[in-house]
Design a protein around this ligand. Structure first.
Ligand SMILES: C[S@@+](CC[C@H](N)C(=O)[O-])C[C@H]1O[C@@H](n2cnc3c(N)ncnc32)[C@H](O)[C@@H]1O
Length: 225
């Protein structure tokens, strides 16, 4: 049986790109993009930025235009990477899933993962979390965009009803925060489809965009037992 990651590598990554290539990177998606808003608001100036599940790299291209940092995109869709390599010469692409990142330890200042965690196979979820933490420098930033339901839910993926593919909606920032060495810097909540900031989207379509900072020297309270 194919894993969910293999299905994205073989077919669904390309199919998602074919369905969305005219929308992504268009003026409207750039101006409403909450990742770019957070970078702007917090005046982030990374030297090296990596986006996991970056599609054709449209967001990295905008970041490169603004900050001129080194940009690395990881994406399983061959079509998206092919398109990005033609259009965006300043972005370095790897055709891979997020659980296998060919970069050195602590080599990146900013990691972005936007609406990708919910499609990652549960067997490689923690490996992906490890890859983010391994490659992110101490004091570096992590931006996560994803669904933000009242409680974790698993929804059958409507584009591939014959396959065992699911959307896993849950709060992925919590995984990092529970380590006690990632702290929340900013939290935005909105509507998944419109990307409008609102607090009253229903649980199924509510999304969040969070900015976290890694600090392995966060002070622990020392207690003698
Ligand atoms: C909803 S799209 C979002 C694309 C992009 N992040 C954006 O904000 O426009 C999800 C993307 O994640 C990719 N993807 C799916 N599974 C992945 C995995 N295991 N690792 C990395 N990317 C994955 C898909 O191919 C697709 O490009």
């Amino acid at each position: 049986m194919n894993t969910q990651d293999e299905i994205f590598k073989k077919i669904e990554g390309d199919m998602w790109f074919d369905r969305n290539k005219d929308k992504i990177g268009a003026e409207e998606s750039l101006s409403s993009d909450l990742t770019i808003k957070l970078i702007e608001l917090y005046n982030l100036k990374p030297k090296k930025c990596m986006e996991l599940g970056c599609s054709n790299g449209w967001r990295l291209d905008e970041i490169y235009k603004r900050i001129k940092c080194e940009c690395i995109g990881i994406e399983p869709s061959k079509k998206a990477v092919e398109d990005g390599r033609k259009k965006f010469k300043n972005i370095y692409f790897f055709n891979s899933t997020a659980d296998s990142v060919p970069l050195d330890d602590e080599s990146v200042d900013l990691v972005i993962i936007n609406f990708v965690f919910h499609w990652i196979d549960r067997k490689t979820l923690l490996k992906t979390v490890y890859e983010i933490d391994r490659t992110l420098k101490n004091n570096g930033y992590l931006i996560i965009g994803d669904f933000y339901p009242d409680y974790p839910i698993k929804v059958k993926y409507h584009h591939l009803l014959d396959e065992d593919v699911f959307t896993f909606k849950q709060n992925y920032a919590d995984i990092f925060i529970s380590t006690s060495y990632y702290k929340m810097i900013a939290f935005l909540s909105g509507h998944h489809e419109t990307h409008k900031l609102t607090t009253d989207a229903n649980s199924n379509s509510r999304m969040m965009q969070v900015l976290l900072q890694k600090n392995i020297n966060l002070t622990y309270q020392i207690k003698t037992l």
